[in-house]
Design a protein around this ligand. Structure first.
Ligand code: SF4
Length: 294
């Protein structure tokens, strides 16, 4: 059942989208069973039925950066206190979670948590949330925050202060987080910690970078450099959403082609799992398509 983008019907526990929606994609990438993209705003694609479906939709409501998802107060009170971070995948180098609590200041971009024995890493930053901070504390706190680019820094200062951790950003975008403790210079990869590498991928912005977890079957945190389009089953490197230099962005994508990527976890768009070899094929396909357009 397709819902209206602005539905003020008072139906008790039904979910609805109000006029505050900024079309950030947080809800339908996190909970595609119930939310979908509409024409410039999210829509409720299917009302959740049953406790576990409602739980997922309530977490999407909590993650929404602008309180654009509504349901009854009674149902909202049942939102799980420990829903986020939400587990995404396991790698020998760490467990990976989605942080939820998206920030309007980052246009709803996703933030990720890597849980590791020798220090957790947050990739981009959600809006400040005391319940989320308590959960992360219980999971071992934060050793480092990596900011993939200037758009997705949200409440970085608050998170860094709360956990007394260092923040990393590339020189090209450093003015977006001038208080960051560490600035990555140049275009060479940097080993941040064992099995964690920062790879400069300029283009979307001058200081865009990706984080790679693991040496094999790697998890690629791509910021806004590339993402997955689930409808078309294709890797997207977008000229429309390139804020700096698309030719440079293409060269950055070429750098990623030979990697052994198992998971793509972007700031926007869908995440995707790749069987061995399929990441390289996906990059190749996208580069070929871009070349044909220019
Ligand atoms: S998360 Fe909120 S703002 Fe973002 S698309 Fe969904 S309803 Fe709209």
């Amino acid at each position: 059942m397709k819902g209206s983008p602005i539905d003020r019907s008072p139906a008790s526990d039904e979910f609805r989208i109000n006029e505050r929606c900024i079309d950030c994609g947080t809800c339908w990438t996190f909970d595609p069973d119930h939310f979908a993209a509409g024409s410039g705003t999210a829509v409720v694609a299917h009302q959740p039925i049953g406790a576990s479906s409602q739980r997922q939709a309530l977490l999407a409501l909590q993650a929404c950066p602008v309180a654009a998802i509504e349901t009854s107060r009674t149902l909202q009170r049942t939102t799980p206190a420990e829903g986020f971070p939400s587990w995404i995948c396991s790698h020998a180098a760490g467990e990976v979670f989605y942080c939820g609590w998206a920030s309007q200041r980052s246009f709803g971009a996703r933030s990720w948590l890597i849980q590791r024995a020798d220090g957790n890493v947050m990739v981009d930053v959600p809006r400040w949330s005391a319940p989320l901070a308590r959960r992360i504390q219980a999971m071992g706190g934060l050793a480092q925050i990596v900011l993939t680019h200037r758009d997705d820094v949200a409440d970085h200062q608050r998170w860094a202060q709360a956990f007394a951790c260092e923040r990393w950003i590339h020189r090209g975008d450093a003015d977006a987080a001038p208080s960051a403790e560490q600035v990555l210079e140049g275009q060479e990869p940097l080993e941040l910690a064992p099995q964690i590498e920062l790879l400069p991928t300029p283009g979307h912005t001058p200081g865009s970078l990706c984080l790679l977890l693991g040496d094999q079957r790697r998890v690629l945190f791509s910021g806004d450099h590339v993402w997955w389009n689930r409808d078309q089953d294709v890797l997207v490197c977008s000229e429309r959403y390139c804020w700096w230099d698309f030719n440079v962005q293409i060269r950055s994508l070429q750098r990623l082609q030979r990697l052994d990527v198992a998971w793509l976890l972007p700031g926007h768009g869908h995440r995707q799992h790749f069987q061995p070899g399929l990441w390289t094929e996906a990059v190749k396909q996208t580069l070929t398509w871009i070349q044909a357009q220019h």
